[in-house]
Write a protein that binds this ligand. Structure first.
Ligand code: HEC
Ligand code: HEC
Ligand code: HEC
Ligand code: HEC
Length: 383
């Protein structure tokens, strides 16, 4: 789709800027996964031909090691971060002047020094305002800055600076549909997990945008790029192997011993509840783990909690990992009824029938199942 946009705008008349934050917070401190995500994403941008990459908080908190790998993964891109202090990082530039259609476009990127507190590999930063003001002295027809700040802090910085034409907000999630004028500077934001491309058309005579919009990237409209699809496929294979190895390493240590859990597993229910067990087997709850296997995600910590029973990620005491709790795959009886440890000791005592909407919405969220209705969906799994 970027190719189509380029053609529409005309050769040599567009600049594509990516404002970073490529990895999700959910990939906790798995440095290797972060590195691989960043490598895959940047290699894709090279194929697309993104001109500028401005690393955000998610790249910066991993410090020098990730930052110095950026250029290696995207040799054709300009990587910008203006207010880093200390020993320069290879491949990171403070600004660049692009000449498009005989106009000088000055582009820079500034980060919030408070990110530094989280930087575990000790990056240092310089004052954002004076850095920006210094760069704006460089002759130009249009000045663009990617600001890796919160919305409020970015606005404060823009209000204290004269001469910036366009500010792109990184770091903070969300989008701005129409660009917004703040102290003579047009503010745009498009941090939408890559679901949209922000487009801004600049009129040099008026010194203002003629239009700005968000273009939705949809599989229905735009064909996927085969090369990028292959990169993502390679990443998926790598990721599964990585999580398998993490598991294997755990197994060698005390933390990998079979977990003692009060969840007894479905094997025991069938002897006394054969009809219900057969009925359950015909539901998709019984095949939830197979769904992950099909997607190569059977070891992925992002997916497991909702496709297994009693996940510790959900604050329960059942499933912990594929190797330590292999009897708790799928959405078994105990996910809804709770641990059956006590029930097996005395089956005639009341057990596990307090089932409410919240039992289900733990997994059937507005994200994973927007059409979920407790009353209607309950009928589909009734036994
Ligand atoms: C040794 C036989 C036995 C096993 C094993 C067993 N149950 Fe039961 N279960 C019973 C009996 C007996 C009752 C009470 C009568 C009835 O409703 O069938 C019962 C009732 C229940 C009830 C309703 C409780 C209530 O308050 O009315 C639930 C829920 C239940 N079982 C779930 C399970 C689950 C889940 C498992 C497997 C982890 C399981 N049972 C294993 C014998 C068993
Ligand atoms: C631990 C997570 C989890 C909980 C709790 C859970 N579900 Fe599910 N549910 C799933 C997953 C995952 C699937 C899809 C399985 C697949 O196809 O891989 C699913 C599928 C279903 C389906 C099948 C949908 C279809 O279109 O066929 C229904 C119906 C359903 N769940 C109802 C419920 C109800 C009602 C509750 C609460 C009483 C509930 N679920 C609780 C995770 C859960
Ligand atoms: C917050 C809970 C949750 C998480 C996390 C989750 N899922 Fe699911 N998943 C569900 C529910 C609920 C359904 C059933 C939705 C429905 O009724 O269609 C489902 C259904 C599915 C299905 C079968 C239906 C389909 O769309 O083809 C697949 C495959 C699947 N999930 C894969 C994944 C993968 C891969 C991940 C990790 C990237 C993941 N899930 C993470 C809750 C979750
Ligand atoms: C997705 C959630 C869910 C799963 C999984 C589930 N149940 Fe249930 N179960 C329910 C709900 C909801 C009820 C109805 C509760 C009520 O009566 O208020 C129920 C009722 C029951 C009852 C009492 C009603 C009766 O027919 O005697 C038993 C026994 C029972 N389930 C056993 C099981 C067993 C055994 C399994 C696994 C093979 C299982 N359930 C899996 C949600 C679930």
């Amino acid at each position: 789709m970027i190719d189509l946009l380029r053609q529409e705008v005309g050769t040599g008349k567009s600049l594509f800027i990516n404002s970073g934050n490529l990895t999700k917070r959910t990939i906790k401190n798995d440095f290797e996964v972060k590195r691989e995500v960043i490598k895959t994403a940047l290699s894709s941008y090279e194929i697309i031909g993104t001109e500028i990459f401005a690393p955000g908080a998610q790249e910066l908190i991993y410090g020098r090691q990730i930052m110095s790998s950026l250029k290696e993964n995207a040799p054709k891109s300009t990587i910008l971060c203006a207010n880093l202090d200390g020993t320069p990082i290879p491949g990171i530039e403070t600004h660049k002047v692009f000449t498009l259609n005989n106009k000088k476009i000055l582009v820079t990127a500034i980060i919030d020094p408070n990110l530094e507190k989280k930087a575990i590999h000790g990056l240092q930063t310089k004052d954002p305002l004076s850095t920006l003001q210094e760069i704006l002295k460089i002759p130009h027809d249009l000045a663009i800055a990617v600001l890796q700040f919160s919305d409020a802090k970015a606005r404060r910085l823009i209000r204290s600076t004269a001469g910036l034409d366009i500010a792109i907000l990184g770091t903070q999630r969300g989008t701005i549909k129409e660009s917004e004028l703040v102290n003579g500077c047009w503010l745009v934001k498009n941090n939408n997990h890559g679901k949209t491309v922000g487009y801004l058309d600049w009129d040099f005579t008026a010194g203002a945008p003629t239009s700005s919009k968000l273009i939705e990237i949809s599989k229905e409209i735009y064909e996927a790029d085969q090369q990028i699809d292959n990169l993502v496929g390679d990443y998926e294979v790598w990721l599964r192997q990585h999580y398998v190895e993490v598991e294997e390493n755990k197994e060698k240590t005390a933390s990998g011993l079979p977990t003692k859990t009060p969840y007894v597993g479905i094997q025991t229910c069938g002897t006394c509840h054969p009809r219900i067990t057969t009925s359950w087997q015909s539901t998709r709850h019984a095949r939830a783990y197979a769904s992950l296997e099909k997607k190569c995600k059977d070891f992925c910590p992002d997916c497991l909690p909702c496709h297994v029973t009693g996940s510790q990620e959900h604050g329960k005491q059942g499933f912990r990992s594929p190797t330590t709790t292999p009897t708790l795959f799928n959405i078994q009886c105990e996910e809804c009824h709770g641990s059956a440890e006590g029930h097996l000791k005395d089956p005639n005592l009341p057990y596990g029938l307090k089932i409410e909407a919240s039992t289900c919405t733990l997994c059937h969220t507005s994200n994973t199942d927007p059409e979920f209705s407790f009353e209607e969906d309950l009928k589909l799994i009734a036994h």
